[in-house]
Design a protein around this ligand. Sequence first.
Ligand code: NAD
Length: 425
Amino acid sequence: MSTRQVNTPGWASPMFDETVAQFDAVAELMDLDDNIRERLRHPQRSMVVTFPFRRDDYEDVDTVYGYRVQHTITMGPTKGGVRFADDVNLGEVAALAMLMTWKCAIVGLPFGGAKGGVRIDPAILSSHEKQRITRRYTSEIIDFIGPERDIPAPDMGTDAQTMAWMMDTYSQQKGHAVPSVVTGKPPELGGSVARREATGRGCVSLLPPAATSRGMAVAGLRVVVHGFGNVGQYAAVAAAELGCKVIAVSDISGGVHDEAGLDIAALQAWVALNGSLAGYEDCDRISNEELFALDCDVLIPAAIQGVITDSNAADIKAQIVIEGANNPTTTAADAILRDRDVMVIPDIIANAGGVTASYFEWVQDIQKYFWSENEIVARLREIMATAFDEVMQISIKEGVDLRTAALIKGVRKVTNAKMVRGVFP
Ligand code: NAD
C-alpha cells in the first residue's frame, strides 16, 4: 500500500510548486526511479522559529519569523544562504534549498542544499537592530546548524558582518571559536579573500564560453545588469574587465543607462556612500521595466526571483541571459525565451561560484590552512569551466536546454548517492 503524502505541506507556495514542477519534468525525462523522485520532492528538515525583537527605542517589541530548511543530507552537511527580506516565507526558502542541492551537485561539492531567512526589511534596521536580530535568529536555530551539519552564508540583505555575528553567537555557545560554522565571513575570522566577488565573477566567467558557442566575440558585447548588490556589482566589474560595455544597471531604486558604457567604479562608490543608485545623475535614468527591454547582447538578472515573466520575456533583446539571481525566470518566461532561441545559463550553474568559494572557505577553516587569492580564483575558474562544459555536453547529447541539462547533471549525482546509501532502516 502506498504511503505517499497527498496533504498540502507547510512549504507549499507558488515558488516551491514551480521548483518541484521543474524537478518533476526532469525526473520524467530521466525516467527517474519513482521512490527517489518522491523523496527528492520534499525537504528533509525544515524549521520555523518566531522570536521577540526589541527596536532601539526600547518601546516596541515585534515578533519576527525565521526559517531554515535543509533539503537533503545524503551527501554531507547542507549549505545555503540566509536572507533578510520583508516577504521571506517557508515556501520560498524551501524552494531555494532544493535549488541549492542541485547547484552543489552540479559543481561537485560534498553538500546538500539549505536556505534560511528572516522576515524583516533590512533597510529599516539600524546596525544594532540587525545585530540583535542576527544573534537571536542564530540562537534559535543553533542546534540545527554546525560545521558538520549545516553551514549558512550571506544572501540578500545579509553580508560578511552578519556572518561574523552568526559565527560569534555560535562560538559563544560552544565555548570556543568555530569559524567553519558559516562562510562569507570577514577575512579576519577565516573568511575567504575571494568570497565576496565570487558569485558575480563566477557568473561572468561563463560569458566567454557561452559567447563562443554562439559565434559572438566577447569584446564589445553590450551587457545589462539587473540588481547592483553583491552579485550585480561584481558581475558588472568582471564584464567590463572582459572588454564588454556595461550599458545599464539597476537596483530597487531604478536604473541608469549609457550607450557609451557606464563607469562601474563610480557607480559602486555612489552606492557605497548613498546606499542605492537613487540620485545618480551622470547618465540617463530608466525604470527596471525599461531595463529588461533594452537593446543589448547579454542580460544578467542579479537581484530577486521572478523578474523575467511571461509579460516581459518577449521584449528581451539579449541573446544570452546569465542568471546571477536565484530563480529570476518563471517557467512560462523560460519557455518563451527557449522558443526565441535565447541562451539562458540557469542560476544553478551561473551563480554557483558563490557556494564553490564558500566550500573552499569551509575546507580552509577546517584545515586551518589558507590558500592564496590566486589559488582560490584559479580553482574556482576550473570548477566553473568544467561544470559548464559538462552541462553543455549533456545539453547537446540529450537535445535539451541548459537548465534541463544542468538539472539532469545535479539530479543524477544526488540520485546515485541516495541509491548507494539505501533506505534506513
Ligand atoms: P544584495 O542584497 O547584495 O543585492 C540585491 C540587489 O538587488 C540590490 O541592488 C537591490 O537594490 C536590488 N533589488 C532588490 N529588489 C529589487 C527589485 N524589485 N528590482 C530591482 N532591483 C532590486 O543581494 P545579492 O547577494 O547580490 O543577491 C542577489 C541575488 O543573487 C539573490 O537572488 C541571491 O539569492 C542570489 N545569489 C547570491 C549569492 C551571493 O553570493 N551573494 C550567491 C548565489 C545567489
